[in-house]
Write a protein that binds this ligand. Structure first.
Ligand code: PBG
Length: 338
């Protein structure tokens, strides 16, 4: 039978509700769209290296480069011009500056501090978020201090407080502890307030899961090859959702202004739970491995990479975030502004 001969079934049970009416035309879809993504929703992570006019590619992160401070300033200008509200800075610390105490983390002249000062000076209209954890500075690749194979909690918090203060003095607007030690948010808040940095906000990596999706980031900051073992004694078990909620609740109680779920795409259920349960601004990090999957699948012709970029970012907003940390930020903002 030809398709044109198919009988028209009785659809009267639908009543007036033919759902497809709302999808018939572009203008109608525009009119009824529930979720809108704007450049203001996008936070751009930048990797910083030593040197002048230096850019190095990252094998596992196609399209992302580590930038020397002067080029990071240029990137900041481009981001601000597209309406990106803030950058998240991550240093690739030279080998000879790393030690097991992670003391480079609070060196007032470290890469992060120099990038903060240079960008603040040249592009004061963009917000600067700094990561507080030791893996970008220590010789172990762990986020905390290591003794006899154990990750020390309170000793690590003490170092992180020093790092956070140094970052605030260098011009950080938002301190983002990503280490998952207990009590870090309260300790950092107290120290910031005591030094007159009550205007500096805290974005806590609250529900941060032990994830293989961080692989390319570890190449980018140079911690991956150092890391022995894993981070499962402090980052969350990816089988757990209630425990993630307790972490977020505790960080808010300790004084976090904003909280984050990380990674993003496999954890949108956690995002939605947080959105429903808490009333502080909520962010998610579309991490390096998620970006790499989309980029590499796009390059292989398996999916439309640009389409996947936008679909994934809108998905975050639909789940309830106020913003996304994403390596796509500049690219996506340009598409949105076009
Ligand atoms: C660590 C930190 C990590 C990321 C952000 N901060 C890596 C880790 O916990 O191992 C990952 C971000 C990404 O994968 O894009 N302090």
């Amino acid at each position: 039978m030809m398709s044109t001969d198919w009988p028209k079934h009785d659809m009267s049970f639908l009543g007036g509700r033919r759902q497809r009416r709302l999808r018939r035309t572009g203008w109608m879809r525009n009119m009824v769209r529930e979720t809108v993504l704007t450049p203001h929703d996008l936070i751009w992570p930048l990797f910083i290296i030593e040197g002048q006019n230096e850019r190095t590619s990252i094998r596992t992160l196609p399209g992302v480069e580590r930038l020397s401070v002067d080029l990071a300033v240029e990137a900041a200008k481009a981001a601000a011009a597209e309406g990106i509200p803030a950058l998240a800075l991550f240093p690739n610390t030279q080998d000879d500056r790393r030690n097991e105490n992670g003391s480079e983390a609070f060196n007032p002249d470290n890469l992060t501090a120099r990038a903060l000062r240079a960008i603040k000076d040249a592009v004061p209209e963009i917000g600067l978020i700094t990561d507080v954890a030791l893996d970008e500075y220590s010789s172990d690749g762990q986020d905390g201090l290591v003794r006899d194979g154990e990750i020390l909690n309170d000793e690590t918090v003490a170092v992180m407080v020093k790092a956070a203060l140094m970052q605030a003095r260098a011009g950080a607007d938002i301190i983002a502890p990503s280490d998952m030690m207990d009590g870090r948010v309260a300790a950092i808040r107290q120290a910031l307030d005591a030094e007159g940095f009550d205007h500096v906000a805290i974005m806590a990596y609250s529900a941060k899961f032990a994830s293989v999706f961080y692989g390319p980031f570890r190449e980018a900051v140079g911690s991956g090859s150092r890391l022995k073992g894993d981070k499962r004694t402090y980052q969350l078990d990816y089988a757990n959702s209630d425990e993630a909620m307790r972490e977020v609740a505790q960080d808010i109680a300790e004084g976090a202004d904003m909280v984050m779920v990380k990674p993003g795409m496999p954890y949108l259920d956690i995002v939605q739970r947080c959105h429903d349960a808490f009333d502080v601004p909520l962010f998610a990090y579309q991490v390096s491995g998620e970006y790499a999957m989309i980029k590499l699948a796009g390059a292989a012709g398996a999916i439309d990479g640009d389409g996947a970029m936008m679909e994934s970012l809108v998905g975050f907003k639909r789940a309830g975030v106020d913003g996304v940390l994403t390596y796509f930020a500049l690219e996506a903002a340009r598409v949105l502004n076009a």
